[in-house]
Design a protein around this ligand. Structure first.
Ligand SMILES: [Zn+2]
Ligand SMILES: [Zn+2]
Ligand SMILES: [Zn+2]
Length: 66
């Protein structure tokens, strides 16, 4: 009696995100709500999950920490 091992699905459904790939519904606000962060025009109004790659980005929310 051996049934094939089916890959287990994640219990949480992942939704697609333009900025970081995928997210869980519980995290929705981070990925869909725009953050009015200010001086950097590259990342202003992007959701919190967005990473700004601009070298001179001064934004605390979006600055890429790599
Ligand atoms: Zn995201
Ligand atoms: Zn920003
Ligand atoms: Zn920025």
């Amino acid at each position: 009696m051996n049934h094939p091992s089916v890959p287990q699905r994640d219990t949480a459904e992942h939704l697609p995100c333009h900025h970081c790939g995928a997210y869980e519904p519980a995290d929705q606000a981070r990925h869909t709500e725009p953050v009015h962060c200010g001086p950097c025009i590259t990342c202003v109004d992007k959701p919190a999950c967005f990473s700004c790659r601009l070298m001179y980005c001064v934004c605390d929310v979006h600055r890429y920490r790599g």
